[in-house]
Design a protein around this ligand. Structure first.
Ligand code: ZN
Ligand code: ZN
Length: 304
């Protein structure tokens, strides 16, 4: 089987801007565009991606830290924008990207962009119709879960089988309570069921869904004033989640490219290899079973 490309890079994440790039064999998609168009181009450039080569921009919701670059970017590059109707209306009502190609989906629906399958689901947050996404291609899937005040049962169900999860770890509850800059009403909003996930709430969610599938958690959307990387990662570790690959996304730095999919188990026994090969890809296994010697030497799923 040919090597398949399925990668995720975080262009930046935090209260001042959010954007991520998904790359597959046949498409390049931005999830949110919360930096200036110039910053987006620079950050894509750091990943070797030309802005006009994008196939779509998916929007989670209309807040500025997810959409601030959309208007200027879409005047320059005619990249299709995917979002639900209320989000599109909120943005176009402010004169944002009114001449761009919009594709409207219904929250809860699934659709395909080239070789990427996208599932959408509602998340509670103080926006007109905020969504989370699951992006799947080949054997891998990514969950996007930023900006939600509360992890509902639906959220748990939807993200239970992802391999990589980008989850908001917005604030440390004590730091937020003690913050002298924010008025009480703002703190109440952030802490509410339509606000943002704390480090503890995010870690509890991850602990609830971590099973056979989840391999990697990327922490994002950290508040500059009310959180630190150490606190966010520390809470994951406190709940025993450091058995997973953990990475904290930065506001001002582009992340490495993460390859999405199954981690190869260490296999020493020929029988185990045969069993697992059959589970993973029965057709390819049966075609290949006369060539055990060949694929035993190449212990890569891609070689089966
Ligand atoms: Zn928001
Ligand atoms: Zn946000």
């Amino acid at each position: 089987m040919k090597d398949t490309v399925f990668e995720l890079a975080i262009l930046g994440s935090g209260s001042a801007g959010n954007s991520a790039l998904i790359t597959t064999e046949n498409c390049r998609i931005l999830v949110d565009i919360g930096f200036s168009a110039r910053q987006i181009c620079q950050r894509l450039g750091a990943l070797g991606v030309a802005p006009d080569s994008l196939d779509a921009i998916l929007l989670t919701h209309e807040h500025g830290d997810h959409t601030s670059g959309l208007d200027v970017f879409s005047r320059k590059f005619k990249v299709p924008i995917y979002c639900n109707r209320l989000t599109a209306e909120a943005l176009r009502g402010q004169g944002v990207a009114t001449n761009a190609p919009w594709t409207i989906f219904c929250t809860g629906s699934s659709f395909t962009i080239r070789d990427l399958d996208v599932q959408t689901f509602y998340v509670p947050h103080d926006a007109v119709d905020p969504v989370g996404f699951i992006a799947s291609s080949g054997y891998g899937s990514i969950g996007f879960l930023t900006d939600l005040g509360f992890a509902t049962k639906l959220v748990h169900e939807r993200i239970r089988e992802v391999h990589t999860l980008l989850v908001e770890t917005n604030h440390d509850e004590r730091k937020l309570q003690d913050d002298p800059k924010r008025p009480w009403s703002v703190k109440q909003r952030i802490l509410s069921r339509h606000g943002h996930l704390s480090n503890h709430a995010a870690a509890t969610l991850v602990a609830n869904i971590a099973g056979d599938c989840l391999e990697r958690v990327i922490l994002g959307h950290l508040s500059r004033d009310c959180n630190t990387q150490e606190l966010a990662l520390g809470e994951m570790e406190r709940l025993g989640l450091d058995r997973l690959e953990l990475f904290c996304a930065q506001q001002h730095e582009v992340s490495p490219r993460f390859s999405i999919g199954r981690t190869l188990p260490v296999i020493t026994d020929q029988d185990d290899l045969v069993k697992i090969a059959e589970q993973i890809d029965p057709v390819a296994y049966h075609q290949a079973k006369h060539y055990h010697a060949q694929y035993t030497l190449n212990l890569q799923w891609d070689a089966i």
